[in-house]
Design a binder for this molecule. Structure first.
Ligand code: ADP
Ligand code: MG
Length: 289
C-alpha cells in the first residue's frame, strides 16, 4: 500500500465517522477472516431495564428487589443500575460489599448476606436454584439476562434484565457476512441468553460465560479456527481482547480504556461503522493490488 492511498482511505473513513488510529490497521483489516463482537453495549444498547420478577416461595419480589438494589449501590455494572432504577428511592445501606468479577457481588444489607448475580455465582456458592429453574429457563430463552438474588444462603428471587439490540445491528452483521466475514459473539452472559441474542442476529459462533480475563483467550481461539480476527467492544473488560485482536474496533461511546486499546474507533457507536471500516479497507487494498 502506498502512503498516499492509505491517507486517502483513512481520510474517507474519518468522514464516515471511522477513525483509524494506526495506518496499518487499514491494511490488516483487509486480511480479517472473522469479526467478533462483545454483547452488552456493543451489539446491544448497554442500558438494560428490569423486564420481569419472580420470587421463590416465601419471598416477596419488592422486598428482595430493595435488598438487591441496596447491595448494588457501589457497583458499576449496568445490571446494578437497572435494579436501582426499578427499586426507586429509599435504599438501605450496604456494608462489606465485595465484587466477584464475572459473577456478581456480595454485600450485607439490613443484617442479611445478599448475593446478586449470574446463575454461576449461585452455583459457585452452593445455592439451590431448583425453585427458580423454570423461570430461569424462560428468561434466558427470551435473550434476557437473569440477575438472581440469594438471601442468607437461600435463593430468593430472579430478575430478568433486558437490553435492546441496537437498531441497525442485524443489517450491519448481514453486510459484514456479505463481505465474506465470519461473525462471532463473545460474552460473559449465560449460554442460553447469548444463544437467544445470537439467533436474533444470525450469529452461529458463540463464546458465552467468558470470564473477564477470558475474552483475550476467546480471540486467540477464533484466530486458531478461522485466521486473523477483528474484535469490536466497548468495555473496560474488552481492552485485553481489543489489544490482542489483529484489528481492535472500539465503540466510540464506550469506555476510554477500550478506545485507547483499539486500532479503530467507531465514533457514533453504531455498528454501521464496522461495515464502513471494512469497506474502506477493502476498497483501498483493491485499488493498490
Ligand atoms: P458482561 O460484560 O457480559 O456483563 P461480566 O464479566 O461483567 O460480563 O459479568 C458476567 C455476568 O455476571 C453478567 O452477565 C451478569 O450476569 C453477572 N454480573 C456481574 N456483575 C454483576 C452485578 N454487579 N450484578 C448482577 N450481575 C452481575
Ligand atoms: Mg460491553
Amino acid at each position: 500500500a502506498t502512503p498516499t492511498s492509505i491517507m486517502v482511505g483513512t481520510g474517507r473513513a474519518a468522514e464516515m465517522g471511522v477513525l483509524f488510529r494506526k495506518g496499518d490497521a487499514l491494511q490488516r483489516l483487509d486480511e480479517i477472516k472473522v469479526i467478533a463482537f462483545d454483547k452488552t453495549g456493543t451489539l446491544t444498547e448497554g442500558r438494560p431495564e428490569l423486564a420481569a420478577s419472580v420470587a421463590a416461595p416465601g419471598f416477596d419480589t419488592g422486598q428482595v428487589l430493595a435488598l438487591a438494589a441496596s447491595a448494588e449501590q457501589g457497583s458499576e455494572h449496568p445490571i446494578a443500575r437497572a435494579l436501582e432504577r426499578a427499586a426507586g428511592p429509599g435504599l438501605m445501606q450496604a456494608t462489606e460489599t465485595e465484587a466477584i468479577p464475572g459473577h456478581g457481588l456480595r454485600a450485607v444489607v439490613d443484617g442479611k448476606i445478599v448475593l446478586v448475580g449470574a446463575p454461576r455465582l449461585m452455583i459457585r456458592e452452593g445455592i439451590d436454584l431448583a425453585p427458580l429453574a423454570a423461570a430461569l429457563d424462560s428468561m434466558q430463552a427470551k435473550g434476557q439476562t437473569p440477575a438472581l438474588v440469594a438471601i442468607d444462603g437461600r435463593i430468593a428471587a430472579g430478575f430478568a434484565v433486558a437490553d435492546r439490540i441496537k437498531p441497525g445491528a442485524r443489517a450491519a452483521l448481514d453486510a459484514l457476512r456479505a463481505r465474506g466475514l465470519e461473525i462471532a459473539l463473545i460474552t460473559g452472559d449465560t449460554r442460553a441468553t447469548a444463544q437467544a441474542i445470537a439467533a436474533e442476529l444470525g450469529i452461529t459462533h458463540v463464546e458465552a460465560e467468558v470470564l473477564p480475563e477470558g475474552k483475550l483467550e476467546a480471540v486467540k481461539h477464533l484466530r486458531g479456527r478461522f485466521g486473523p480476527v477483528a474484535f469490536c467492544g466497548d468495555g473496560i473488560n474488552d481492552a485485553p481482547a481489543l489489544a490482542e485482536a489483529d484489528v481492535g474496533l472500539a465503540i466510540g461511546t464506550g469506555t476510554d480504556v477500550a478506545i485507547e486499546s483499539a486500532d479503530v474507533v467507531l465514533v457514533s457507536g453504531e455498528l454501521s461503522g464496522a461495515v464502513n471500516a471494512v469497506t474502506a479497507s477493502q476498497s483501498v487494498m483493491r485499488n493498490i493490488r
